[in-house]
Design a protein around this ligand. Structure first.
Ligand code: NAD
Length: 491
């Protein structure tokens, strides 16, 4: 059985840690391999930081136009190997092949945008701010930067950071989720072909021990984290306490508001895709569906029909529309939350528990589930379920809907479905969330925009992707210089 290796200083090396945990295919329960997990992974991290620190000295001096050249090659390698990578994502993470291909496309788009670093890092210059004095601001890289990623987008999330960090002249270490480490292992087989100098990009496996070593290592300048809110808060407080630059994206509980003038047919498909796509394990998954006025009558039935007919199974089968959740603990947690909702007074419109998929009886499958009548102040409408569960909420006015949307602790995404420009504009302006969808169910920003997030969904200032990533991975230096005219030589 494969024990995954780390990639440090341009070589594949065994971890110093002998303890491993199994990586399990969530549909079949087959053990795909083993990943190092324990206190000695902190030593692996130390070696990676040493390599990255050494590499930084020369990599930061390479002209930016040259630093982006490996990214062009990486884009083509990712495209050439997309099917193989998609298959790996589906096998370890459970999502459908279409979803896996989609997340890789998003990764590639970030590589493309980061290729614009020569322009994005350009300095700002003011000539003659006073007699013979010029002032300009340059951007310089920070040093060793790291990324800690969650299980649900193993192929995409590291790319919100990696291409920008290295194009800006930093060196980088990735720690994937221990639940899905194979995708990055495969990506690094491609990175290996880029002729990057040793130590510029490194891969270290592990869990909390590796993360804690990152938080405390004095040579690590910046940390990009994506995962649950509890861990994001921890990363932010311990990391900033140690003087590091931190961006920490957390969990979510995303509302969608449906006004009576929404296009029901279009909205139904988009909203069910948002809630049940990736089996609900998406930080931009719609969870609370708020019908306003008489919109409920028309859409409840169509949401039910669309959810009921979603084909669930092993994602490697192209006809499958929804895969399993990540592990049995997650399946159990989701079922318990559904039970809790029923105890709070909720009523099941569609029950996806007790699902048996022929040929995959041991898989972590839950089919689409819809609950209504939940109390507005109950736990289920507040808690991130991270599974294929939709809660239907009925309110009378857009103002009540906005109040409910803004009452929540999270602020990752809020969407509205309407054909009224004025109502859409009001919602876009007043909803307290970092990503807003107007007749869009998964408001995932393209690579040139920051992946925003507010409230308990984000800790820090600068987000991943686009110009925010450029700012996060650089520090500014302002230079004021005096060259009076009279000093110019006459030739
Ligand atoms: P998680 O917080 O359990 O794990 C994320 C990473 O942190 C992993 O690499 C893990 O090894 C590490 N980790 C876990 N526990 C830790 C601890 N106690 N101390 C230090 N490190 C620890 O998250 P997950 O279950 O892998 O991912 C799902 C969560 O991620 C959901 O809450 C989801 O909303 C969130 N998410 C957010 C975004 C976003 O952009 N806001 C995107 C994707 C996922």
């Amino acid at each position: 059985m494969d024990i995954l290796k780390n990639y440090i200083n341009g070589a594949w090396v065994n971890s110093r840690e002998n303890t491993t945990i199994d990586v399990i295919n969530p549909a079949t329960q087959e053990v795909m391999g083993k990943v190092p997990f324990g206190s000695k992974t902190a030593e692996d991290l130390g070696l990676a930081v040493e390599a990255a620190e050494t590499a930084f000295k020369s990599w930061s001096q390479v002209p930016v136009m040259q630093r982006v050249q490996p990214l062009y090659k990486l884009k083509y390698l990712l495209e050439e190997n997309l099917e193989d990578l998609a298959k790996t994502i589906t096998m370890e993470c459970g999502k459908t092949l279409t979803e896996s291909r989609g997340e890789l496309q998003r990764a590639i788009e970030n590589v493309e945008v980061a290729c614009g670093m020569p322009v994005m890092m350009q300095s700002e210059f003011s000539e003659n701010i006073a007699g013979g004095i010029d002032e300009f601001m340059i951007r310089q890289p920070l040093g060793v930067c790291v990324c800690i990623s969650p299980f649900n987008f193993p192929g995409m999330i590291p790319f919100w950071f990696l291409p920008y960090a290295i194009a800006a002249g930093n060196t980088f270490i990735i720690k994937p989720s221990e639940k899905v480490p194979f995708t990055m292992d495969k990506v690094f087989r491609l990175i290996e072909q880029l002729d990057l100098p040793k130590g510029v990009v490194n891969l270290v496996h592990g869990g909390k021990d590796t993360v804690d070593a990152m938080l405390d290592h004095p040579k690590i300048r910046a940390i990009s984290f994506v995962g649950s809110t509890k861990v994001a808060k921890y990363i932010y407080s311990r990391g900033t306490g140690n003087g590091k630059r931190i961006q920490a994206q957390g969990g979510a509980k995303n509302p969608i508001v449906i006004l009576p003038d929404a296009d029901i047919e279009m909205s139904t498909q988009i909203i069910t895709d948002s809630t049940f796509g990736c089996a609900g394990q998406r930080c931009l998954a719609a969870s609370n569906i708020i019908t306003v006025g008489d919109s409920k009558g028309s859409i409840k039935e169509s949401l039910y029909e669309s959810a009921k007919n979603r084909t669930t199974g092993y994602g490697l089968d192209e006809s499958i529309e929804m895969g399993p959740v990540i592990n049995s603990a997650s399946k159990e947690r989701i079922s318990e939350l559904i039970d809790q909702g029923l105890n709070e007074g909720g009523k099941l419109v569609l029950d996806g528990r007790n699902t048996r998929i022929s040929g995959f009886e041991k898989g972590n499958f839950i089919q689409p589930t819809i609950i209504e009548n939940l109390p507005l102040d109950g736990e289920i409408l507040k808690t991130e379920i991270f599974g294929p569960v939709m809660s239907l909420i009925q309110l009378d006015t857009i103002d009540e809907a906005l109040k409910f949307v803004n009452h929540g602790a999270y602020g990752n995404m809020a969407c509205i479905f309407t054909s009224s420009g004025a109502n859409a504009r009001k919602f876009r302006s007043l909803a307290n969330a970092g990503n807003i969808g107007i007749n869009i169910g998964v408001a995932a920003p393209m690579a040139q925009f920051p992946f925003s997030g507010w409230k308990e969904s984000f800790f820090g200032d600068l987000h991943g992707q686009g110009r925010h990533a450029v700012e996060f991975f650089t520090q500014t230096k302002v230079v004021i210089e005096r060259w009076p005219k009279e000093w110019s030589r006459k030739f």
